[in-house]
Design a protein around this ligand. Sequence first.
Ligand code: OSB
Ligand code: MG
Length: 371
Amino acid sequence: MAIKVDRLVLRHIRMPLVHFFETSFGRTHQRDIILAEAIADDVSGWGEVTAGENPFYNEEWTGSIWPLLIDYVAPRILQYPFLSPADVGPRTAYIRGHQMARGGVETAIWDLQARLNNEPLWKTIGGGAREEIPCGVSIGIQDSIDKLLEKIEVELQAGYQRIKMKIKPGWDVDVVRQVRERFPEIKLMADANSAYTLADTDHLKQLDEFYLMMIEQPLAHDDIIDHAALQSALNTPICLDECIRSAHHAEQAIRLKAARIINIKLGRVGGFAEAKRVHDICQANDIPVWCGGMLESGIGRAGNIALSTLPNFVLPGDVSASKRYWERDIIKPPVEVSPQGTIQISNAPGLGYELDLDYLESLVVRREVLV
Ligand code: OSB
Ligand code: MG
């Protein structure tokens, strides 16, 4: 039976982070998140737009999402009879780029489909290869190395299976060395968020000494070719994040040997259908994948958990407990991580968590109802 979305409600919510999060492109203290609620026959599906507050990770940002959804996505989505949520991507593909904006609505329609089917979202998307998700954490750049070491200790005590640390010029080889000296056995990786160029090849080669699981996105956000050149010079596997916005990019990166691992983010590739295609191409080429994070609220986090049940998500991802980000999350219960560093998947319909609607509404700074 076709789904027709008869109302799309956009909410812009503001949520303070428990701790600031710093990457090579800047520090975030509070999140400005756009949520999409797609309604059909009084059943709601929810999706989170994972764009940041500034156009620094990619070109999308909270401010660009709002008009894009109102002017370009909503008119193509409302009242259109979708045979499958997989058709939402093609229906909005006339828009160049803007995967995160489009993905927020696409994921809402998958959740809507799951709720209409009265089944968990992981089932609707064709996942379910595992009942618990292996979890790692992403730790931002800190004010001191001591602070970083202390944070790593706390996360290891909590059970997380791998540690990702952010690096940038001036906070890289020496910091990684000290982390390695203190924690010689842990699964460790570094994420540069595009802070280097090929001219830094010799510098980055020094990281080979620390047997990292991978170096994530060292070079430009849109340059697969330079990553191929760097990968041929490094022993450490490169993992691509920013560069992979589609299954076609994944296929090209694999063909060029630009990466040995790929991080899949729902928003960055425009939603579940494309994320699955990226997953499948990687699986067919023996490239393991893991689920990245964008400091999501509980809604995006629940979507990431569903995605992580696809079979080739074999490495611990960046999907971690709600309490690492939020004093109070907008879902009930919050996402919790076991002492073994895993998240148990939920069998409840849709995202698998209840929304704390009263709390969510209290965070809204603007709203738009589209019919
Ligand atoms: O590159 O993976 C990234 C956060 C914001 C923007 C980009 C990235 C990140 C993270 C945090 O590393 C992942 C998370 O804890 O949600
Ligand atoms: Mg990254």
